[in-house]
Design a protein around this ligand. Structure first.
Ligand SMILES: [Ca+2]
Length: 222
């Protein structure tokens, strides 16, 4: 009897502790559950096979990104000569690599499609999105990067889009660097997916010097 009473008391204490989380904790976890976290996979060009070449010229495979065979879209390591330096203006916690257009061609494109099924409830009631990324290029060359999100309905047709960039050589003051860009809005109500497309375009030189890193797409409950 005595044991049973103690067990019950412990159970009651346990239940009480679970129910009595500090107010700050409860607020924080509620807020966190109202945002999706970054939906873009391999958003910072860190997952590559193999590692970027020492001259930045080789095409490496980027996990989760689709790149056409003819395209040279790739990842380049910070600090590669004639590219972004490790201390070039750009994002903090940038990792080792950034996205680049690659060694030849006029344009280079990488894309990925993200299913939004888990957020159907939010989207129906008007979810907000925030698209962020760091874009740039090389010295005075006009090559640039654009990041576009295209909202897709269940027939895979576009419901609208938003984009970042381009950041021009003038924006960069003819410096090799990355500048943060943002876009936001409301997710179209019939969206069941979103295609993220990174396009690098060359105007000068032979390398497609559109650069990008640390891309983010976050949904927020409306
Ligand atoms: Ca990176």
């Amino acid at each position: 009897m005595r044991l049973a009473t103690t067990a019950l008391a412990l159970l009651a204490t346990g239940a009480c502790l679970i129910g009595a989380a500090p107010p700050g904790t409860a607020v924080a976890s509620r807020a966190a559950s109202h945002t999706s976290g970054n939906l873009i996979r391999n958003p910072s060009a860190e997952q590559t096979t193999p590692r970027p070449s020492s001259d930045g010229e080789a095409k490496v495979a980027l996990a989760h990104w689709k790149v056409a065979k003819k395209d040279r879209f790739t990842a380049v390591a910070y600090g590669t000569p004639e590219f972004l330096a490790k201390n070039s203006a750009g994002p903090g916690a940038r990792g080792k690599n950034f996205f680049a257009g690659g060694s030849t061609g006029k344009t280079s494109v990488a894309s990925q499609v993200i299913a939004l099924k888990s957020y159907a409830g939010w989207i129906k009631r008007g979810a907000h999105f925030s698209l962020t990324g760091w874009l740039g290029g090389f010295e005075s060359q006009r090559d640039h990067a654009v990041v576009r999100v295209v909202w897709l309905n269940r027939h895979h047709k576009s419901l609208g889009s938003a984009h970042l960039g381009p950041v021009t050589s003038k924006d960069r003051g003819d410096t090799t660097e990355l500048i943060r860009q943002t876009a936001s809005g409301v997710v179209p109500r019939h969206a069941v997916g979103v295609r993220v497309v990174v396009t690098m375009t060359r105007y000068d030189g032979s390398y497609v010097d559109g650069y990008a890193d640390k891309l983010g797409l976050v949904l927020r409950k409306g």
